[in-house]
Write a protein that binds this ligand. Structure first.
Ligand code: CAA
Length: 390
């Protein structure tokens, strides 16, 4: 029996800012962003969106398709938590009207927690093969205005259904993982923007990749040439490309530009126009690969590298299943990305500077264009959410 990813659905904000707009405001050559870091647009959450609404919106198509009925484990992976105590997944559980017989909790380890959720969920369904697990990875990437990280912001969520005999991807049992206590990127509880030692973070990302790969290769006996595609954690798309180049160079595997393009390009398409989704980023990449690859990927093995600053890295893999295309949400993702609204620089800055009131008063938030759910207000320190669908 196989275990892995049965369905995957992605959601992001309706609003984005083009990096040419940021380049003009910062007097930077736009090619630094378009070419240098490989990013074009970044999704910006409206004031009535947060990780709960993004995550619930990502999972909504699964609910409509009746896929959540057997779910008894809901893992919500985020580093943009909205409460120190209550798991964001519990709000999502309510909005999606899920059955009370469900374990629900929130996971944190920077951008790695989505993968922790996948591996824990696979353990759960391996023990309970008639049951399913829902992993939601939802984040808002925020850096200070004018900082080097600014152009690598973004937001989005991915809802991933884990089951026995999955329709999309069977996850291989072998994996390599690596933990080291480093300060490459972090966000103290009192800050709403991340702090980052940018160049150092790119070096730690690669170091954790090499160590994770070594363990994976030893355990699986596979070589880098045994994969048809790779999906990397994507803080910005150039990072994924550079990581793969460095991995191949380190282990003496020839890789020209064309091969690099064939192995990675499809997985980078969505992220180039959405930006970093932290815990969800690698899974946005996997969605992009499955949705947009023209080649039939059935039977193909995909190498997956997840990285969370601080740091944990994990290399694992999966095999795309026959008939996988019938289980994708391609049209929904295409519509979402094609029908967004562009923000001016001033609108971007106004939204960036918006702060959720913290005085315990009663607030009803103006309605922006969101997915099926919105963060409608706050009352006596309690967040209120609204469903815009029946
Ligand atoms: N045309 C084309 N390319 C240009 C250019 C131009 N006009 N101007 C600059 N470039 C190139 C540069 O040569 C450079 O390329 P190389 O890396 O190949 O040398 C690239 O554009 C970026 O330029 P800089 O190195 O000068 O950029 P920077 O120092 O201003 O910012 C960064 C880069 C430090 C990574 C910054 O984006 C950052 O801090 N990002 C946030 C942290 C991050 O994403 N780290 C990734 C690893 S950690 C992780 O993965 C977890 C996570 O999600 C955060």
């Amino acid at each position: 029996m196989n275990f892995g990813i049965d369905r995957i659905s992605f959601h992001t904000s309706h609003y984005y800012v083009d990096l040419k707009t940021i380049a003009a405001a910062r007097s930077v050559d736009p090619d630094k962003y378009y070419q240098g870091i490989g990013q074009e647009k970044m999704a910006i959450p409206s004031p009535d969106e947060d990780v709960v609404t993004l995550g619930a919106s990502a999972a909504y198509p699964l609910m409509k398709d009746g896929e959540l009925d057997e779910v008894e484990l809901l893992l919500f992976a985020t580093e943009s938590g909205i409460d120190h105590s209550k798991a964001a997944g519990i709000y999502v559980h309510g909005l999606l009207d899920m059955a009370p017989r469900c374990r629900t909790l929130e996971l944190k380890q920077a951008c790695y927690s989505g993968t922790a959720g996948i591996q824990l969920a696979i353990g759960f369904v391996a023990r309970n093969p008639t049951k399913k697990a829902l992993v939601i990875a939802s984040d808002v990437a925020r850096y200070e205005l004018g900082s080097p990280g600014e152009a690598t912001q973004g937001c989005g969520a991915v809802a991933i259904l884990i089951s026995a005999n999955p329709r999309l991807m069977a996850i291989d049992p072998e994996c390599g993982y690596y933990t080291e206590d480093v300060m490459d990127f972090w966000r103290p509880n009192y800050r709403s923007e991340a702090l980052v030692d940018g160049k150092y973070s790119t070096m730690v990302y690669i170091h954790a990749l090499i160590e994770s790969w070594k363990q994976y290769a030893e355990e699986s006996g596979r070589a880098l040439t045994d994969f048809d595609r790779f999906c990397y954690h994507i803080p910005f798309s150039k990072m994924a490309e550079k990581a793969h180049q460095k991995l191949c160079r380190k282990f003496k595997v020839d890789l020209d530009k064309q091969q690099l393009h064939r192995l990675l390009a499809e997985s980078l398409r969505y992220s180039r126009v959405v930006g970093n989704c932290y815990a969800g980023s690698m899974y946005v990449g996997l969605t992009s690969l499955l949705d947009t690859a023209e080649e039939d990927l059935a039977g193909k093995r995909v190498g997956l590298y997840s990285y969370g600053s601080g740091c944990v890295g994990e290399f694992f893999s999966g095999v795309v299943q026959p008939g996988y295309r019938d289980a994708l949400y391609v049209d929904q993702h295409r519509n979402l990305l094609e029908n967004r609204s562009e923000l001016t620089y001033q609108q971007y800055e106004d939204i960036f500077n918006y702060v959720v009131p913290t005085d315990g008063g009663e607030y009803v938030f103006p309605q922006y264009k969101t997915g099926p759910f919105r963060f409608s207000g706050i009352s006596q320190h309690k967040r209120e959410y609204e469903s815009l669908v029946d």
